[in-house]
Ligand binder design. Sequence first.
Ligand code: B1M
Length: 216
Amino acid sequence: MSEEFYKKLMAAVVDGEPEDAEAIAKEALEANLDPLECINKGLVPGIQKVGELFSTGEYYLPELIIGADAMKAALEILEPALVGGQKLDVVGMVILGTVEGDLHEIGKTLVGTMLTANGFKVVDIGANQSVEAFVKAIKEHGADIVGASALLTTTMLQQKKLVEALESAGLKNKVKIMVGGAPVTDRYAQEIGADGYAEDAISAVDIAFRLMDAPV
Ligand code: B1M
């Protein structure tokens, strides 16, 4: 019976059906299924499949977003049911935000969802966040990675400021810096001294694994 639930959860994510995903997650708990198994054997393979289909061009952005939404909807039901010592294997802690002066948040949020789906603990500090807010959150949560998104050519400069602020705060060697956003390039990331650049939410996961020295 459990295998059937895992398959249904996976299908709800691959097909991008948040309401179904939520309903199946509820049914799974009612049937006393292990929430962690539901996540690891149903939702995670589902979002990985969505990522694959996106990478091969079979899925486009809307499918990616709705798949991630389905995953989130089920996670909201399953996560609170995780008991005692049971917890998701956390690959690393990520502070994520969009830089100051920039209100674009869709891509950043998608990056956060994909990272969460792949085992990272993500604290999303939101859009329009100052360098100081990033530094504060990094210190507060003991982040392994900080991810800064910028969608405007004008606000990309804030990513550079963030790298500089981390240097000044003596955090540059303690936290890895990942940058992204439509106008950002690998070359720019290298120029400003960031540790990684990702073109999209799927490659952000690969880069984050690399930054953690963890196998993809
Ligand atoms: Co704005 N906007 N916008 N906008 N907007 C762009 C970015 C623009 C390219 C449109 C255009 O002119 N063709 C242009 C920027 C030009 C430039 O600087 N080069 C632009 C402009 C000019 C503006 C305003 C200045 C317009 C105005 O008011 N005159 C204004 C600025 C406001 C501000 O931020 N201060 C503005 C406002 C807005 C809205 C608020 C209306 C809205 C944002 C709503 C929201 O996010 N809540 C908006 C939108 C929706 C867009 C477009 C249409 C779509 C952006 C988006 O969400 N894409 C955009 C045009 C476009 O991109 N085609 C545009 C979907 C998203 C999934 O992709 O964000 O690229 P993206 O994220 C990708 C990757 O970039 C990467 O992964 C994501 C998933 O694959 N990625 C990361 C992103 N962050 C990452 C971080 C990482 C790693 C990867 O590591 C940390």
